[in-house]
Design a protein around this ligand. Sequence first.
Ligand SMILES: [Zn+2]
Length: 65
Amino acid sequence: MQETALKGRKFTGSARPPKTYSTSRTCASKVCDTRLSQYNKREYCFTHAPTKYPRLRGRIVKAEA
Ligand SMILES: [Zn+2]
């Protein structure tokens, strides 16, 4: 008995759509109406994201001896 069946994955074309979050969400900040992308899982817009970004503002701290 010989099994020569080539097993391949059937491409059924049932690819799932990309995961989306609820549409037309806005920034969680109450004073902000920035719309968030439905692909963006964050609650805040870029400006109000809780992550603290270092702000150097170009200040030059002089090291005084
Ligand atoms: Zn915001």
